[in-house]
Design a binder for this molecule. Sequence first.
Ligand SMILES: CSC[C@H]1O[C@H](OP(=O)(O)O)[C@H](O)[C@@H]1O
Ligand code: ADE
Length: 291
Amino acid sequence: MQTMLGVIGGSGVYQIDGLEGASWVKARSPWGRPSDEVLVGRLNDLPIAFLPRHGRGHVHDPATVPYRANIDALKRLGCTDIVAVSAVGSLREDFAPGDFVIVDQYIDRSHHRPMSFFGHGCVAHVSLADPTCPRLGAACAAAARIEGLTVHTGATYLSMEGPQFSTRAESRMYRSWGADVIGMTGMSEARLAREAELCYASVAMVTDYDCWHETHGAVDVAQVIAVVRANADSARGLVAQLPGLLDLDRSPCPHGCDRALDHAIITAPDKRDAALLDRLDAVAGRVLQAL
Ligand SMILES: CSC[C@H]1O[C@H](OP(=O)(O)O)[C@H](O)[C@@H]1O
Ligand SMILES: Nc1ncnc2[nH]cnc12
């Protein structure tokens, strides 16, 4: 199987330059319309599909990003791996604005999002013990180091509902929980990528100190976008290193991301809902067709 990398751009990252033969294509999904068209091209022979999470012009708020359509559409296009770029607030002194963080755990405090592709008529329970792919995360960390960026690994992302930023009491509480960074989109995407058997890694760019820090003012949008813009070349450079670090011929994921559904579906075959099974053709086709 050939590796194809999906890149999801976060706040302030609405396109990527330098893709060979790039064109924006309409991607279809039975889960609705993705956030935008997808920019498809190649970077040093590696096929890449780029999707801006909030759409060009930032039209979708964190709760209404069509997460299922986005993940399903990237899978239908042939993506095997997804690198998600996100702006985050720092919940620790030593993660400074401009630093990069490879997230590997989440605490989910969102509550108005579709949580699963599965449900009534086809119930599945995948493991989220390790919600990101260690192999892909290591490649992202290596790419950041090659680019000379300050990168932290092994971090917990507090996924809040938003759209308002946190209160100081919440921010202090999240710090006491051991969360390292905070954002509004990460977990909603990671859980669906796992169900879709895609390797998923999160590259977070620290843009602010949220509102807990005594000598930094409370975060606002202008600050987030200014830091993302100032570090856009770094993010681009990191992505540009990935083709040299990922095998073009994709070997099975040693952590089992691409086999997440092997033992997950529990609904008896004769009780499954045909309409839901139709919509699951890309996400779960590998296991549903095997029956
Ligand atoms: C623009 S500030 C809040 C906004 O920024 C983050 O976006 P993303 O995760 O897509 O990079 C955060 O999650 C909020 O959506
Ligand atoms: N402090 C913060 N809280 C939530 N989402 C963010 N995105 C960037 N900074 C953030």
